[in-house]
Write a protein that binds this ligand. Sequence first.
Ligand code: ADP
Ligand code: ASP
Ligand code: MG
Length: 408
Amino acid sequence: MTLIVQKYGGTSVGSIDKIRAVAKRVGDAREAGHEVIVVLSAMAGETDRLQDLGSSISARPAPEEMDVLLAAGEQASIALLAMALKDLGHPSRSYLAHQVGIRTDADHQRARIEQIDTSALRESLAAGVTPVVAGFQGIEGSSGRLTTLGRGGSDTTAVAVAAAVEAHECQICTDVDGVYTADPRIVADARRLDHVTFEEMFELASLGSKVLHPRSVEFAGKYAVPLRVLSSFAAGGGTLITVESESMEQPIVSGIAHARDEAKITMSGVPDVPGVASKILGPVGRAPIEVDMIVQNTGADGLTDFTFTVKRGDYARTLELVQPVCSELGARSVSGDDQIAKVSVVGVGMRSHAGVAMRVFDTLAAENINIQMISTSEIKISVVVAERYMELAVRALHAAFELDDPKD
Ligand code: ADP
Ligand code: ASP
Ligand code: MG
């Protein structure tokens, strides 16, 4: 008997009928002779609804209480699926994070899983009872308080559970039938990938492809968990996330990622002296607000401009934090733009091929899209563009790197 972990996302459990359909799929896997641990997200839209409730009662909701609020969504979905499984004649039980011992650090709203106690899950499986585990939530070790892993985090719960129980495979069942060369909602002729390497998948996920939570990929790579993305509704092998093998023919570019929810802040006329970056970014980092790209211009007349990007949700707070630094440094002004997006081209094949960056720049120039910022690493090139050009940029780059489905 093989043990598999199946995670179903929000859309897949978005209605009573869909929850019944998931119960049927889990039941089929049981009848085919597998042991199954199910990990669930909240019903589609539920976490957003709870987040809005929190934001409407307080301008700065306490992160610890926000976690208690957001975690409620998964409590409802696991109970409903366990009921549906029982109705189909499959013994089943719901498990909240504290009942499985999913221990995390204390970083509320983006906690990291540190440990999972597998004894409750193993006992349940041994008794023939299918465990249905709440994704996205954890328990902080010393205080026992609830934590959440960041939006989209139930993928990470699934992979962490799979690693802890040494599952044969972790299946991320979702509303697309695998990982595509770009978000199929933006590029109609995007192509499904049969395989993608952990390294590329980690970049794609970190750069905005929300089909997988970045930490789930990191976890799967670290603990060698076989990870597959597949449809909750249709049959098919989906996409397997694999290690790079010598013999694998690697395309130069594997995919295009986009992140819509970005914002940039520019401090102009900053004295070009040592310590400026630390003065500007210090308060932002301590907030803690995550800074992504950073660009500092060459100084002229002893002055320079300093630009960095943050998530759009952190924009207002970041502006508040850098205003006093602007006065303190005697900088000319602070300005910002929260209507920007990041588009990234990812591929391990870039390591051995020059000219990818030029092709990106030429393609965007041909579409008359202005590049506001650029950042590169060994296997990716990211550009910041005005949000209104983001979809055009994704489609143009997808075509320029010939990623379209050859059958179309
Ligand atoms: P779930 O609720 O199942 O966790 P998500 O909405 O988090 O599902 O992730 C699935 C979505 O990810 C798809 O509907 C698709 O629009 C989006 N997506 C973004 N980039 C990609 C990609 N490269 N391949 C497949 N899906 C992608
Ligand atoms: N329900 C959570 C969210 O909407 C976790 C997840 O779906 O993975 O972000
Ligand atoms: Mg998701």
